[in-house]
Design a protein around this ligand. Structure first.
Ligand code: PEP
Ligand code: MG
Length: 546
């Protein structure tokens, strides 16, 4: 593994998802070559990944080896991969700008020639083991150049930043971590990582690694340590020692409609956010009041959304039905595609826009390019025949947008009627994530509303949620954001409109008392936050007031 004599290097950033990971650093690169096949396109990051994956596969073969000679060869090959002389020669080639496949072949070539010229039989035999290693790695490298994103079992992916759709394409496992040189704890990729339990640190600054670097990613401390010392490991382990309360551990107050309530008995609706169907596997519907937000842009991320190909009506219907079946009659709020901003979809969203967060995103895009939206609406209407399904529309800014959506829903319902296709009539809700919507909520023809505190905070404070340098400003506790929440609460009461909050603040136990005091009674959050939020709710005493 790593050269233990190397001094550790610390890169301090910000915590974005708790947990610890230790393993080889795999550098993720972006750019044109990432999608082009062939060894000639492979970059140095691909070589790092290929070395890490080859070492892992050889080690797995070694532990399965029954024959002493085979075990001996595999031990030798694994050792070569972390040999300091080889690593130094690759590092030199990298500095000189040599193509990595060429550098690897010539570094191994020198070793092979040396062994071949040896008078000793033993060393001459080793030459063919090295040839085998050379070719095995080149094969792996060709795979990496094809953009294969399988990580070694324990590995830390190092990237400048990572698109949420890319995050979803990677097979994350328990020992994995993500280190971002840029990024912000409030960006979507961090949110997805928290839901998956992948440790993440962001804003680490520029990091140069050498082949074979081992890293320790401390998601709680927000730090990446290269070539960590035993002391580094101990310190990081103690920072991450606090285990979050198990989910579920909600407070069950007895026979009331809601499963969480404040100390003085005020019922609070506790819902869960869903990004991927697999999240349901670890969750018992009895522990929530329902699903308060399904982010469909992530639900279908693996189904080719990245190429602008949308899942057809039947595929969507199947997914929505599965969610409703899981919920066993509890409320399910499904949000229509919220593309754009930091959730671009190549082939669908405007990739060249100057300011994607302020451009055609969410409902604006759905109305500008209505065909995929109409397909989604039909699938949602049909699924609504199975249970209580609410449709939620993202990024609504003016009443005309919601009115246009209502018309489309009516038209698609009429299409289904004519075809004799069973469907339901879902309630239509709107996200409150633009200050304009919070200020004028009473003017919208909505059946319910849900505050998207992530976007509401970024738009109110003019602080991009994906920009680590200003993410401290984009906080729901800022008086200006709270004033907008107050405005939404007053309008909602006036109109008897159900109003909840489904941004990240809903999953932050420390902010829940504040939000309850500002009049909110319904929260939808990542499953991991349910237990701590339920406890925070129980500790609130409204003392008879709101
Ligand atoms: C929000 O903006 O708070 C929200 C819930 O939507 P998303 O995080 O998906 O933008
Ligand atoms: Mg949002």
């Amino acid at each position: 593994m790593s050269d233990v004599s190397l001094p550790s290097r610390h890169f301090k950033g910000r915590p974005a998802s708790p947990g610890l990971a230790e393993g080889p650093i795999v550098v993720y690169r972006t750019g044109a070559a990432a999608s082009a096949p062939g060894l000639g396109d492979a970059g140095w990051a691909d070589l790092d990944l290929a070395i890490a994956l080859t070492a892992e596969r050889l080690a797995a073969l070694r532990s399965a080896a029954r024959n002493e000679q085979a075990a001996d060869i595999l031990d030798f090959q694994v050792e070569v991969l972390s040999d300091p002389t080889l690593i130094d020669s690759l590092a030199r080639a990298r500095t000189e700008g040599q193509p990595p496949a060429e550098a690897w072949t010539s570094a191994l070539g020198l070793e092979i020639a040396g062994l071949r010229g040896s008078p000793d039989d033993y060393f001459r035999e080793r030459a063919s083991d090295l040839e085998d290693l050379r070719d095995r790695l080149l094969q792996q490298l060709a795979g990496a150049a094809n953009d294969e994103l399988s990580l070694p079992q324990r590995a830390i992916l190092l990237a400048r930043d990572l698109a949420p759709s890319r995050f979803l394409e990677i097979q994350w496992g328990p020992g994995h971590g993500l280190a971002l040189m840029e990024g912000s704890p409030t960006a979507h990729v961090a949110m997805l990582a928290r839901a998956r339990g992948v440790a993440v640190a962001v804003g680490l600054g520029a990091i140069a690694t050498r082949p074979g670097s081992i890293g320790l990613l401390d998601g709680t401390g927000g730090e990446l340590i290269l070539d960590p010392s035993p002391d580094d490991r101990r310190a990081a382990a103690s920072r991450n020692a606090v285990t979050p309360p198990a989910v579920p551990a909600v407070i069950r107050p007895g026979p009331r409609p809601s499963i969480a309530c404040t100390g003085d008995g005020t019922a609070i609706e506790l819902m869960v956010n869903l990004n991927e169907l697999a999240e349901l596997d670890h969750l018992d519907p009895a522990d929530v009041d329902g699903i308060g937000l399904v982010r469909t842009e992530f639900l279908f991320a693996r189904a080719g959304l990245n190429d602008g190909h949308f899942p057809d009506e039947a595929t969507q219907l199947d997914a929505y039905r599965r969610i409703l079946a899981w919920a066993e009659g509890r409320r399910v709020v499904i949000r229509t595609l919220d593309a754009g901003g930091d959730k671009p979809i190549p082939g669908y969203t405007d990739m060249g826009g100057m300011n994607p967060f302020l451009g055609l995103r969410g409902v604006r895009l759905s109305l500008a390019r209505p065909e995929p939206f109409r397909t989604q609406v039909r699938a949602l209407l049909r699924a609504a025949a199975d249970g209580p399904l609410d449709i939620l529309i993202p990024m609504v800014t003016v009443p005309e947008e919601l009115a246009a959506v209502r018309r489309i829903i009516e038209e698609e319902a009429a299409v289904l009627d004519r075809a004799g296709t069973a469907h339901g009539r879902p309630r239509l809700g709107m996200m409150v994530e633009v200050p304009a919507a919070a200020l004028t909520l009473d003017r919208f023809d909505a059946d319910f509303a849900s505050i998207g505190s992530n976007d509401l905070a970024q738009y109110t404070m003019a602080a991009g949620r994906d920009d680590g340098a200003v993410s401290g400003l984009a906080d729901v506790a800022q008086p200006a954001v709270l004033a907008l929440i107050d405005s939404a609460v007053v309008h909602a009461r006036h109109r008897s409109l159900g109003l909840g909050l489904c941004g990240d603040a809903a999953g932050n136990a420390a902010q829940i008392p504040l939000l309850i005091r500002h009049g909110l009674r319904s929260f939808s959050m990542p499953a991991r936050a349910l237990a701590s939020v339920a406890q925070a709710i129980a500790a609130v005493d409204l003392g008879g007031g709101t």
